[in-house]
Design a protein around this ligand. Structure first.
Ligand code: F6P
Length: 546
């Protein structure tokens, strides 16, 4: 038994989970008309209703006790104070400093954090203004019209998700494109219509070693210099964002064109740093700062609100309750706002790369389920695709429903239809419909007894499926900053409770190393004897079929 499992709150929650497994939320709602008031939190631009979970006051009290017993508050303090809580990499975790949420005197590795951040803000602002106002010119003297961001994982998903979400706030001074896949099909399609004289590339890579990014960046350089006939054009068309300045310079990026990030910013938490440069180029620096301010607001809430009213803490506790105690192994992210169409892809990396682990921070095997697999899609599209599974499969998938009170693109009649579905789905997932109700309904419609007997079992919905509802006032840079930081802190709290080092990602290394070896074998056509017979045969088939 691990240390966590010996905690009084853990043991209590284990008992409660047994009861709650057989209790229907319909009963809980019938017993307590105050559930919404008890189990919701309202912030100025964001409401969380978590009453449609298999919880009651006793469950929540025990969950809050778990947060106390696992010392969430002390760990939160350590994170904001710049302690090296990323133990396996011996690094501080300070993405919050990128939005001004740290002590102005904080020093990490001998350098003042705020001064470093502010220097990069200044550099970004001046660069962004030059490009957007047409003062930064390409090699032939033309203004930049298109930005191509080359990066993958955290150096892509965050900025691209935000660019998509805030599209309506762009004045189209420049067009922003994203290349992440090493499949040449993507970069070719993006570059085909562009004019090399007017394109600016951002090579975004914390490590500046990632194969996919380096391969795409080399192709981009070739494409540019095929047009300019001169390598000196690279200085006018390439900038980099990295924590590895040396590698970026070796690659051929001018020192002045390099924006800095630091070891204390994890890739998947880095959109607030210069990794967010494409966002700032698209929206202007003011709006980028508004996004940071939105995240700062959530930092303040996370630091100051008591656990009972603390949105990220509550969401983390519910995730642990649903996954570790009730045993639900996946979670759906279902935005009902078109602008958030990349949110589930973004959260997949944020949560699964952070907490998808089975060894505790002190190197011991974890004996309990940790985090669910995260998946999702725009909810309204999902309704016509996989919601059948959400409503009636044997697997229960807790879901976050995310919608907005006002649309950024109001079109008469559309928003009400969208939101009617949003509210209907969480109600249906919770209440379900039992066989007696199905039969009565069919009878009232004049159906024959024979037909009712045949169809009734298929129309039963068990319900009792947990959901959180997040209702934003309206998507804008500030609310989006609120939302992203909410999930970041949720992930942090989950990690603390589950005893996971959330800020490393050793699980991506094994495949990377093997791929590098296999790439050599494919190039030399000499297959090593080290492979298993499946991989060996696949490689031989591939080479002979080429
Ligand atoms: O392979 C996973 C990963 O290391 C992520 O953690 C990271 O966000 C991504 O690759 C990209 O890394 P980099 O920014 O160093 O290119």
């Amino acid at each position: 038994m691990s240390e966590r499992q010996t905690l009084p709150s853990w043991q209590k929650l284990t008992q409660l989970a047994q009861q709650k497994k057989s209790q229907h939320m319909n009963t809980l709602f019938a017993q307590d008309s105050e559930r919404f008031n008890k189990f919701s939190v309202e912030l100025p631009k964001l409401l969380l209703d978590y009453s449609k979970n298999r919880i009651d006051s006793e469950t929540m009290t025990s969950l809050f006790a778990l947060a106390d017993e696992t010392e969430v508050a002390a760990w939160r303090e350590k994170m904001f104070a710049g302690e090296k809580i990323n133990k396996t990499e011996n690094r501080a975790v300070l993405h919050t400093a990128l939005r001004g949420s740290c002590d102005k005197n904080l020093v990490v590795d001998g350098k003042n954090v705020t001064e470093q951040v502010e220097a990069q803000w200044q550099k970004m602002e001046s660069f962004v203004n030059k490009v957007r106002q047409g003062h930064w010119l390409g090699y032939s003297g033309k203004r930049i019209t298109d930005i191509v961001n080359i990066g993958v994982g955290g150096s892509n998903l965050g900025p691209q998700m935000v660019t998509e979400a805030l599209k309506h706030y762009s004045d189209n001074s420049v067009n922003v494109h994203y290349v992440s896949n090493v499949d040449g099909a993507q970069i070719v399609e993006i570059l085909r219509p562009l004019d090399p004289e007017k394109v600016l590339f951002i090579v975004s890579s914390k490590t500046f070693t990632t194969t996919e990014t380096m391969t795409n960046a080399k192709t981009a350089i070739k494409w540019l210099t095929a047009s300019s006939f001169d390598e000196s054009a690279v200085a006018k068309h390439f900038v980099a964002v990295t924590a590895n300045k040396e590698n970026a310079m070796k690659f051929g990026i001018e020192a002045d064109n390099i924006f800095e990030m630091w070891d204390w910013v994890g890739g998947r938490f880095s959109l607030w740093s210069a990794i967010g440069l494409p966002i700032a180029l698209d929206l202007g620096f003011e709006q980028f700062k508004a996004l940071l301010n939105g995240a700062h607001e959530m930092d303040e809430h996370f630091i100051n609100a008591p656990f009972e009213e603390n949105m990220p803490v509550i969401m983390a506790l519910l995730s642990v309750w649903n996954t570790t105690f009730l045993g639900f192994q996946s979670q759906a992210i279902l935005p009902y706002d078109q602008t958030l169409h990349m949110l589930s892809a973004y959260l997949q990396q944020a949560e699964m790369e952070s907490n998808g682990k089975s060894v505790s921070w002190d190197g011991k095997k974890i004996a309990y389920p940790t985090v669910p697999s995260i998946w999702g899609e725009l909810g309204i599209n999902g309704q016509h695709a996989f919601y059948q599974y959400l409503h009636q499969s044997n697997n229960i998938v807790p879901a976050d429903f995310i919608g907005s009170v006002a649309s950024v693109t109001p079109v008469k009649g559309h928003h009400e239809t969208l939101m009617a579905n949003f509210f209907a789905q969480t109600q249906a997932l919770m209440t379900g419909v039992n066989e007696a109700q199905v039969r009565a309904d069919l009878k009232a419609k004049g159906r024959s007894d024979e037909y009712i007997d045949m169809v009734a079992p298929h129309k039963v919905h068990q319900g009792n499926r947990p959901t959180n509802t997040l209702l934003l006032k309206r998507i804008d840079p500030v609310t989006l900053g609120n939302l992203i930081a909410l999930y970041e802190h949720k992930i942090f709290v989950q990690g603390i409770i589950l005893q996971i080092c959330s800020f490393d990602q050793w699980g991506v290394e094994l495949g990377k190393g093997l791929a590098a070896k296999i790439q050599q074998e494919l190039e030399t056509k000499e297959i090593s004897a080290e492979h298993d017979c499946s991989t060996d045969s696949l490689l031989r088939y591939y080479l002979s079929a080429k």
